[in-house]
Design a protein around this ligand. Structure first.
Ligand SMILES: C[S@@+](CC[C@H](N)C(=O)[O-])C[C@H]1O[C@@H](n2cnc3c(N)ncnc32)[C@H](O)[C@@H]1O
Length: 493
């Protein structure tokens, strides 16, 4: 159902859309559609001068636990930057509520703002303690926690409150204590024996991916009905009225599984991952958000058949390309799906990873280790321009924290796909390809008339399903860069 705000948004009338969404949120603070729409505008909002109205809306978003603080962080970074005092006055910056909220709730992903924040951190480290200096130190320490201390550790401060802006405090944080307790409670499917799975597990035990702060509220969705609407050529199978049993292999720290558990109607979610530390993070966040319809299991995707049960739906994004044999992972997932179940997958594309492949080569040649020091040195080389050819990596959302960057450029195992490789990947898997998804999480398959779906529709007029991989392969050959990566849906035969 589209709201007045959505119609105005679609027409590009952003000021009016913003007012409509805000009005809807005043009437019902839990209106998920209005929150989503307003956050999408705040994400794009850029002004050359400080804008009091935008700042107020951003502060309202930071006061709402259901807002998308990743998205609004972009608008907040812009307001913080354009409002930055020319004389870098610590007194003025300490009074900037938006700066504090941004540092505590959004990971900075802007190189110019990072440079300002590093100067601010140095000034705070050198200044005598006072309430405003201490408040700035505390907020900068929260940002350091969010980026997992990936900024340079370049000051010899010893005062613990200030040192926490540079490095992990010796004293564990309350959430770490809580996670250790949760980790001990997570059941295991079977011990991990595959050699690649073991090294992948070690990587995500050290750097659970991603460290996230908020659970964006989403409109409730009947996922099977939504997928049937998007892919009308899928088989209609009635699963009855019991809870939809959803499997999330490679659940990570639970952001995607908890979004599913809280927004898919009548769902019971099972998250499986190699990394106990990641799952413990998810369990803590589930408790914090009062989400009870989720269970976490530690184990290898390869061992899913050992569960001795089946699922009605599965989503596995950013995972199978990290297995020694992605197809073996796919077959294991397929084997625990009921006939008619949908499987949503997300895989790396060869074209979109060209720069990452160069980075991986340079990292290997320079023997940079996948440690915090190695990550910091890599960032220094890229951000200073020493490794000029990799500069554009700063445009990636994954450049900005230790776990994100490690995942992006230092991974122990990655495969990259093309449409041709997808065809052999799916062949014999017991799964039928239903179609690609673009802009997942926004308007689903829509691509505003100019994207891959529109191209396909005009080239292959007789195929309304848009599910022929040979056709897609031909399109990809003609237009490299067609896919940013592969997000698609299959159905168990
Ligand atoms: C890049 S993270 C993605 C996490 C999550 N799906 C997301 O989109 O945020 C990859 C996750 O897959 C998990 N993983 C990789 N190989 C796995 C395997 N063989 N069995 C279970 N989990 C695996 C890792 O432990 C890690 O948490």
């Amino acid at each position: 159902m589209t709201s007045a705000g959505d119609e105005l948004f679609a027409a590009g009338r952003f000021d009016e859309a913003m007012a409509a969404y805000r009005g809807a949120l005043k009437a019902n603070p839990r209106d998920a559609g209005a929150r989503l729409g307003l956050d999408a505008i705040l994400e794009r909002a850029r002004t050359p001068q400080p804008n009091a109205h935008l700042r107020e809306l951003l502060l309202e978003a930071y006061a709402d636990e259901g807002a998308n603080w990743d998205a609004v962080g972009w608008g907040a970074a812009n307001q913080v930057t354009v409002g930055w005092p020319a004389d870098n006055s610590l007194g003025v910056l300490a009074q900037d509520r938006l700066l504090h909220e941004f540092l505590r709730k959004s990971l900075n992903r802007d190189a110019a703002l990072e440079r300002k924040l590093l100067k601010l951190r140095a000034a705070v480290a050198a200044a005598p303690s006072s309430p405003s200096i201490d408040a700035l130190a505390a907020s900068l320490a929260e940002q350091a926690w969010l980026n997992e201390y990936v900024w340079p550790d370049d000051a010899a401060v010893t005062d613990p409150a200030k040192a926490a802006m540079f490095r992990m405090p010796a004293e564990p944080r309350p959430e770490q204590v809580e996670e250790r307790a949760f980790a001990a409670e997570i059941p295991e499917i079977a011990p991990i024996t595959d050699a690649v799975s073991q090294s992948v597990a070690a990587m995500y035990e050290a750097n659970p991916y991603p460290r996230w702060t908020h659970l964006a509220r989403r409109p409730q969705v009947d996922v099977r009905a939504a997928l049937m609407a998007d892919f009308p050529h899928a088989d209609t199978v009635d699963f009855g009225s019991g809870p939809l049993q959803v499997l999330m292999p490679g659940a990570g720290t639970g952001q995607h599984p908890l979004t599913v558990a809280s927004s898919y109607a009548n769902a019971q979610v099972t998250g499986v991952d190699l990394s106990r530390a990641s799952l413990a993070y998810g369990k803590r966040m589930a408790a914090r958000h009062g989400i009870g319809n989720i269970a976490f299991l530690r184990g290898d995707i390869l061992d899913l058949p050992k569960l001795g049960r089946t699922f009605d739906h599965a989503e596995c994004v950013g995972v199978l390309h990290h297995m020694a044999d992605p197809k073996a992972g796919l077959l294991a997932i397929s084997s625990v799906l009921r006939p008619g179940a949908f499987l949503r997958l997300g895989l790396y594309g060869e074209h979109a990873r060209v720069l990452v492949v160069k980075a991986r080569r340079d990292i290997e040649a320079a023997r940079l280790p996948a440690t915090l020091d190695g990550l910091r040195e890599f960032r220094r080389k890229v951000m200073s321009g020493e490794w000029r050819r990799l500069r554009a990596l700063q445009e990636s959302e994954d450049f900005w924290s230790a776990s994100l960057l490690r995942d992006l450029c230092f991974h122990v195992q990655e495969h990259r796909f093309t449409v041709s490789r997808l065809r052999s990947f799916l062949d014999g898997s017991g799964l039928r390809f239903l179609g690609f998804e673009f802009n997942v999480g926004t308007s689903q398959r829509a691509d505003a008339g100019a994207g891959p779906l529109a191209l396909y529709a005009s080239r292959f007029r007789n195929d309304r399903t848009m599910a022929n991989l040979e056709n897609w392969e031909q399109l990809e050959r003609e237009k490299s860069g067609l896919f940013p990566g592969y997000a698609f849906v299959c159905q168990k035969l």
